[in-house]
Design a protein around this ligand. Structure first.
Ligand SMILES: NC(=O)C1=CN([C@@H]2O[C@H](COP(=O)(O)OP(=O)(O)OC[C@H]3O[C@@H](n4cnc5c(N)ncnc54)[C@H](OP(=O)(O)O)[C@@H]3O)[C@@H](O)[C@H]2O)C=CC1
Ligand SMILES: N[C@@H](CC=O)C(=O)O
Length: 428
């Protein structure tokens, strides 16, 4: 039996999961590879914290990256620390010293994936990052190795477990946004800084990675229009349900003759759509290719063991590549991205307005919308007896900038108290 010694950079939710999977499934892994994989060294910031954890005593903990880079026995480094800059420095150093790298870090891959892939090829080492999108779902490899005979038209999905958990718990248990976020943190779904989850940045990084792989175009996180779930209230969730929809944080990449569009935003999605039933920290991703048609991927999008499952599959791939002598052979074709102007992207919208309960208010709203050629699909006034009433509208296909202009004009009407929310309705 051969031996491979690896190092982990990070031993949090994912790093600890990798140690657990290698121990739990050691025999299955060894049998397939005829190799025993041993975690020799682990980099963390605070070594003391890890002494209290029940981890194999042979693992050497360090807070000095140099201990790992100088260890000639370590041929593979697994980066599960998070954040981009320090991780990038470490990975570049690994490549230069002939070590392959597996990473789960979408912040890093979304910004530096292509230059790092080029460097890994130049240095004849492997670089794999399956866990960087949708945790345990094997979507990254599917994009570059299973669907690569297709022209990809659309990728639409729920790619953040934390926000999906929050929205599911708010919908099903009626708990508050803050309570649901706290639970997601305890369960290990949220990023170290959960702002990245709730503001949509985490999903934006994932759709940038999938867009790059699917469209063979260099898109980055900065090309994604991002909106988070912070403004979603119990009232929006209730209204959606009454109208036959659920609210999900969606990541959408589309490519047509006008170019590529990348968006992350909350969306109303029909209860009958397969994505509507993706609950808790599960993720679901629908990909449309010109030959395969629609395919859907579903599974755990976050959490220790599911994410470690993807990381360990990358580790096994790297070991296999070493055995068959194809390490560092990966070519990646990418072109400069032609981005579609956001102004030309249209969708129907749900609008929620709080208005003074006076006569003529609905006519006033309809007049403003008509000025912007926005037609109304449905309009419901609630709390007809209260001083401040809720008005819920579904409006037809309109571009985001036209809707924003109309909302600004509506907010200036004396009878309109508050524009409470405007959420796109997804028609797929
Ligand atoms: N959690 C999840 O479900 C998923 C996470 N990911 C990604 O995996 C990566 C890790 O996430 P997760 O395990 O949740 O993160 P955690 O915050 O749970 O763990 C981070 C680990 O990295 C160590 N670390 C962080 N910064 C440094 C540094 N500068 N130097 C040395 N050690 C450092 C921490 O050590 P210390 O404790 O000493 O600070 C800790 O052991 C991230 O990129 C994340 O986006 C991807 C898919 C799913
Ligand atoms: N914080 C992320 C973890 C996985 O990528 C999420 O909630 O999806």
């Amino acid at each position: 039996m051969k031996q491979v010694s690896i190092a982990l950079l990070g031993c949090g939710t994912v790093g600890k999961g990798v140690i657990d999977v290698l121990l739990m499934n050691g025999p299955i892994i060894e049998e397939q590879l005829n190799t025993k994989i041993t975690v020799k060294r682990v980099l963390v910031r605070d070594i003391n914290k890890y002494e209290q954890m029940n981890l194999p005593s042979a693992i050497l903990f360090t807070n000095n990256f140099q201990d790992i880079i100088d260890d000639e026995e370590i041929s593979l480094v697994v980066e599960v620390m998070g954040s981009a800059d320090f991780a990038k420095e470490c990975i570049e150093e690994c490549f230069k010293r002939g070590k392959s790298v597996v990473s789960a870090n979408k912040d890093l891959i979304a910004d530096y994936g292509i230059p790092l892939l080029k460097l890994s090829k130049e240095k004849q080492v492997d670089f794999q990052f399956e866990a960087s999108v949708a945790g345990g779902i094997p979507i990254v490899r599917a994009m570059y190795a299973s669907l690569n005979g297709n022209k990809i038209d659309e990728i639409i999905g729920i790619m953040n477990g934390t926000t999906n958990y929050i929205l599911t718990q708010m919908t099903c248990r009626g708990i508050t946004y803050e309570e649901a976020l706290r639970e997601a943190q305890v369960k290990g779904y949220a990023e170290a800084d959960p702002t990245n989850d709730v503001s949509g940045y985490d999903a934006a990084r994932k759709i940038a990675i999938l867009g790059t792989l699917g469209f063979h175009s260099e898109v980055t996180f900065r090309d994604v229009q991002v909106e988070g779930i912070e403004k979603i209230t119990a009232e929006d969730i209730r209204n959606a349900l009454e109208m036959g929809y659920v609210i999900k944080l969606l990541a959408i990449a589309r490519q047509d003759k006008e170019g590529i569009s990348l968006n992350v935003h909350p969306g109303f999605i029909r209860k009958t759509h397969p994505l509507a039933n993706v609950a808790d920290a599960y993720n679901g991703i629908c990909v449309r290719g010109n030959c395969v048609g629609d395919v859907m991927f579903y599974g755990a999008g976050a959490g220790s063991l599911p994410t470690a499952s993807a990381v360990v599959s990358d580790i096994m791939n790297v070991v296999l590549h070493e055995h068959i002598g194809v390490t560092g052979q990966r070519d990646f074709v990418s072109h400069e991205a032609k981005l579609k102007p956001q102004a030309s992207i249209c969708s129907p919208y749900y609008l929620r307005l709080l208005v003074q309960n006076t006569t003529g208010v609905l006519a006033g709203i309809a007049t403003v919308l008509a000025t912007y050629h926005i037609s109304i699909r449905s309009l419901i006034q609630k709390d007809e007896t209260a001083d401040i009433a809720e008005v819920v509208l579904l409006i037809d296909q309109s571009s985001h900038c036209v809707v924003q202009k109309a909302l600004k004009e509506l907010s200036e009407l004396t009878c309109v108290h508050t524009i409470a929310n405007a959420i796109r309705v997804i028609e797929v």
